[in-house]
Design a protein around this ligand. Structure first.
Ligand SMILES: *Cc1c(COP(=O)(O)O)cnc(C)c1O
Length: 368
């Protein structure tokens, strides 16, 4: 197995990105979706738009990429994708760069779309507009669907942008779940937009990795033809039950943290306990007076301890401060010593932090 390290000063913490296993996961999810008539927009925001990783997605046939930040779209400017969507409503202040680096965006504000249209005129480019409907999560999108129709009519009349589709996003703020009724509402909205504008919409984008479970149960109605998938494509996990999809690898991204202290210590602290930096009094589990405790050089700015699991099933993650990760390794399968690494499997926000922390060195496994 060949490892190519990226250029970071410290050896650890490091994040290993297993590109062959990623390739496998993409193939599995792509087959699941395409056999059900669903086209994937591969979401790249969790890995900061790293072009090495985006390239693998494109090579595996995911030629539409989506990211929530224009910076990341710029980072991927040399990746030859057919389409690059901005999947967060664009900032008015970033329209020139959006038009330069993106081909489409999810929108809910007329003023922003007008600015995109105008900028396209200046740059001699076209841009695809996808209008978002809020179907209950109270995040982005029109809640007044008549307003949405009126905006669609105006977009259809603009010379430099194309009214391309509509979409919905759920389960990200209020954790409202996807169901057949919600997505049927989306398909009906699509028909209303088409009737009002005379434009045939190319895309009905029915959600994110939390829609996969509904899809596998056959609950996505006819007419929804796109999903924007990040987590599931990357780590093979759907987001309804947070279960791993059959045939996927869960070790695409593994974080390695070096042990800097290893000592027998009690499981309970001693002294008067105050509140932590979130204003909460911490609680502790009594596992006995003598436990083998490890401290790793890794902190909250590099990962999220609440959604991180040690790969060694005998290791207990106790918590972390900004620069110390505390673990109980008494019942570990492996025998550790100072200088060894503890391997960690990362949940979504943990992965996001590991990628954006400039202290974490990235290594790419490129061959089996
Ligand atoms: C982040 C995001 C996605 C991807 O979410 P996953 O759960 O990782 O699939 C899709 N759509 C929008 C609008 C997003 O912000």
């Amino acid at each position: 197995m060949k490892i190519e390290p990226a250029d970071r000063p410290a050896k650890y913490p490091s994040l290993t990105i297993n590109l062959p296993h990623l390739r496998n996961n993409v193939r599995v999810i792509r087959e699941l979706c395409e056999s059900r008539g669903i086209h994937i927009t591969a979401v790249t925001k969790v890995f900061e738009g790293d072009p090495r990783i985006a390239q693998v997605l494109v090579e595996e046939g995911l030629t539409t990429l989506g990211d929530s930040r224009v910076d990341n779209l710029e980072f991927m400017k040399d990746v030859q994708a057919k389409d690059k969507w901005l999947i967060r409503p664009p900032m008015l202040s970033e329209i020139p760069r959006l038009v330069k680096y993106g081909t489409a965006s999810l929108n809910s504000e007329l003023a922003v779309i007008e600015a995109i249209n105008e900028e396209c005129g200046k740059q001699g480019k076209r841009h695809k507009i996808i209008l978002m409907a809020d179907l209950g999560d109270i995040r982005e999108g029109f809640v007044d669907y008549d307003e949405m129709i009126e905006v669609a009519k105006k977009v259809a009349a603009m010379p430099n942008v194309d009214l391309y589709g509509i979409g919905v996003n759920l389960t990200c703020f209020s954790f409202v779940q996807y169901d057949t009724e919600k997505l049927t509402e989306l398909v009906q909205l699509k028909k209303r937009v088409e009737e009002a504008t005379g434009v045939k919409l190319q895309v009905v984008s029915g959600g994110n990795s939390a829609t996969l479970d509904l899809m596998l149960r056959g609950g996505i109605p006819e007419g929804v033809n796109n999903l924007r998938l990040g987590e599931s494509v990357l780590i093979g996990k759907e987001r309804t039950h947070y279960s791993y999809l059959p045939g996927t690898y869960r070790d695409v991204f593994i974080l390695h943290a070096e042990i800097v202290e290893l000592k027998e210590k009690p499981s309970l602290p001693w002294g008067n306990i105050g509140v932590n930096s979130y204003g909460v009094t911490p609680t502790f589990v009594d596992r006995g007076p003598k436990r083998l405790k490890a401290i790793c050089a890794l902190g909250r700015q590099d990962f999220d301890p609440d959604i991180t699991v040690p790969c060694d099933p005998g290791v207990i993650l106790l918590g972390a401060s900004s620069d110390h990760l505390m673990l109980d390794v008494t019942d570990a399968e492996k025998t550790y010593k100072v200088g060894d690494c503890i391997d960690l499997e990362l949940g979504y926000f943990s992965m996001l932090r590991a990628f954006t922390s400039s202290y974490v060195r990235k290594e790419y496994l490129v061959e089996e």
